[in-house]
Design a protein around this ligand. Structure first.
Ligand SMILES: NC(=O)c1ccc[n+]([C@@H]2O[C@H](COP(=O)([O-])OP(=O)(O)OC[C@H]3O[C@@H](n4cnc5c(N)ncnc54)[C@H](O)[C@@H]3O)[C@@H](O)[C@H]2O)c1
Length: 289
């Protein structure tokens, strides 16, 4: 199989590359920084089951929409097919709406939403021709719930949910061999907080302790299990976020009340220099222990 992973230079995408390399698939690694992608490729070759020719490093900026057609052609020229596209590249946000420039909202929509839609637009005709393929998009729990300090990020991920749910229905009747899947992770260890966009488009930088979050390797493994089983809507999270997600389906009013309580804490955590999600996770873990 040929698997194209965007955002493969860090976090979930990087870990997906390592786990996929052990399965012997051909890999296309995309992100903006070539040196980081080369580092990931090297590790795939050292620990995985691949030869150099099985891994293509393909620099790609998701916001540079005009480059996506050529990038897709380059993959097809190298491997002749794309079995799985993993739309994983993206950035989060840490800033209150009231303080935040509109440029931040534009950037998040172009990167997380339009960039992903654009790449999908170029890859899908090839899958339609073959009547098969899988498009896995790494959304977020906040793609159907919402959290403070991330209104632009939530907006972009909600948009992705709407887009892919619609596309799935468009394809279902005529191309049942094409799987459209959305993965919704909760907090996972990665560089997402460090790279989160703040009110003036700068990266947050200081992320605080991330160790209480789900291990990147576990998240990646669950994504691979979802791929192998063609799961279409997948929630991957620890509690209490997962509990909130379930509760929200059946008791939205109670969940709204709870979200206000946890949301206030999230803002206070952030303002005191901790990771925004720290305290409800750690207090729950302490009780559990
Ligand atoms: N880590 C979490 O807690 C979490 C939770 C829910 C969803 N997600 C989603 O998972 C995906 C991966 O994020 P992560 O947690 O591994 O974060 P990360 O910051 O470690 O990795 C993000 C990747 O996206 C790439 N990227 C950023 N801007 C890009 C651009 N303009 N063009 C191309 N690539 C770009 C980065 O270079 C990096 O490779 C994202 O879509 C994110 O929204 C993460």
């Amino acid at each position: 199989m040929v698997v194209w992973v965007t955002g493969a230079s860090s976090g979930i995408g990087e870990e997906l590359a390592y786990q996929l390399s052990k399965l012997g698939v051909s890999l296309v690694l995309s992100a903006r920084r070539v040196d980081e992608l080369e580092r990931v490729k090297q590790k795939c070759l050292e620990n995985g089951n691949l030869k150099g020719k099985d891994v293509l490093v393909l620099p790609l900026d998701l916001t540079d929409i005009n480059s996506h057609e050529a990038a897709t052609k380059a993959v097809l020229q190298e491997f002749g097919k794309i079995d799985i596209l993993v739309n994983n590249g993206g950035r989060s946000q840490r800033s209150l709406f009231i303080d935040t420039s509109l440029d931040v909202y534009r950037e998040l929509m172009v990167l997380n939403y339009l960039g992903t839609v654009s790449l999908t637009k170029h890859v899908l005709p090839h899958m339609i021709e073959r009547k098969q393929g899988k498009i896995f998009t790494i959304n977020s729990i906040v793609g159907f719930m919402s959290a403070p300090l991330a209104s632009g990020y939530c907006g972009s991920k909600h948009a992705l949910r709407g887009f892919f749910n619609s596309l799935r229905i468009e394809l279902a009747a005529y191309y049942p061999g094409i799987i459209i899947s959305s993965i919704y992770p909760g907090p996972v260890q990665s560089n997402i907080v460090k790279n989160a966009i703040t009110e003036d488009l700068k990266a947050l930088g200081n992320a605080g302790d991330q160790s209480f979050k789900m291990a990147t390797s576990r998240c990646a493994r669950l994504i691979l299990i979802s791929m192998a089983n063609d799961l279409k809507d997948v929630w991957i999270s620890d509690h209490p976020i997962l509990f909130m997600a379930y509760l929200g389906q059946y008791m939205p009013i109670l969940t709204g009340w709870l979200a206000n309580k946890l949301g206030k804490r999230r803002i206070e955590n952030f303002k005191s220099g901790m990771d925004a999600d720290t305290s409800y996770f750690t207090s729950l873990k302490k009780k559990h222990n």
